[in-house]
Design a protein around this ligand. Sequence first.
Ligand code: DAH
Length: 333
Amino acid sequence: MIADIDAARAAAVASIASAATVDDLRRLDAELLGKKGPLAQLKAGLGKLATVDEKKAMGAALNDAMTAVQSALDERRAVLARAERDVQLAAEALDLTEFVKPPTRGRAHLVTQAWERLEDVFVGLGFQIAEGPEVETDWYNFEALNMPPSHPARSMHDTFYVDHGAPGSTVLRTHTSPVQIRVMQAIEPPIYMVMPGRVFRNETTDATHLAVFHQIEGLVIDRGITLADLAGTIDAFTKAFFGTEFGSRLRPSYFPFTEPSAEFDIRTPKGDWLELGGCGMVHPNVLRAGGLDPEEWSGFAFGFGIDRMAKERHGVGDVREMYTNDIRFIEQF
Ligand code: DAH
């Protein structure tokens, strides 16, 4: 009988070794170790053996054979499963080798570059940075800036109104000046702050105007601040941002929120004058709207366009080009 057991075991192990798939193995498992399998049939014959010792010895040999067949199945199943998985992984692999060129590097938008450089320069001059909301109330955008409802200067700000609250009470800010008020309300003087941000005007775009553009606002509030401090700051900024060969000047102008008010121009090394922005001494009504006593505090403010600066700096002919997102345009800078 021992020979029969060995033969059955050898045959089983051989057929397991030649199984080609996990499915084949599943079938073999049932065939070889099932109730009708060769080893099970031999086991059924144990009862016919004459002695207890023989039964024990044959029973042990059968168990050994079963265990050996089982582990042959397990090992073969592991090998086949791994092979099948390798085939599947190979089939699903993505071939990325077509991208032989190194990827092109992106870079910050022209206006973002100008924005960040402006922040750097003002931080270098001792300013802090604040930002305010793009959706504003009429009060912050106009009234607190000394522009009551019928003020003629309002007509220069072609305003987008937001359908929120009482009609006309909510706007897309037309300038960054409302952030001045928010800063005065939020922190105690002395204040040395610049406030960059996006602003909106309901007007037709052309080569020098956008309906959505960017400004940077400056606000200084301290004791004993004078127009000389304003002129000195503008000049220090001009030289730090554009270079020491540039100069600046103030030209009398009018803004409701400053008194006196001025436009500031920069002088290029060639001697041309370029209009940059507005500025002036903060109007007492504006200080009061910000919760400050004009008898105790004085200050100056300024504001200018960031897109405009980027345009001038890079010699862009038409501001609209900066927002077409044409990669050939953007890649030049
Ligand atoms: N807010 C003005 C505008 O958008 C610019 C401006 C002028 C800002 C004078 C100021 C200022 O702070 O003092 O046209």
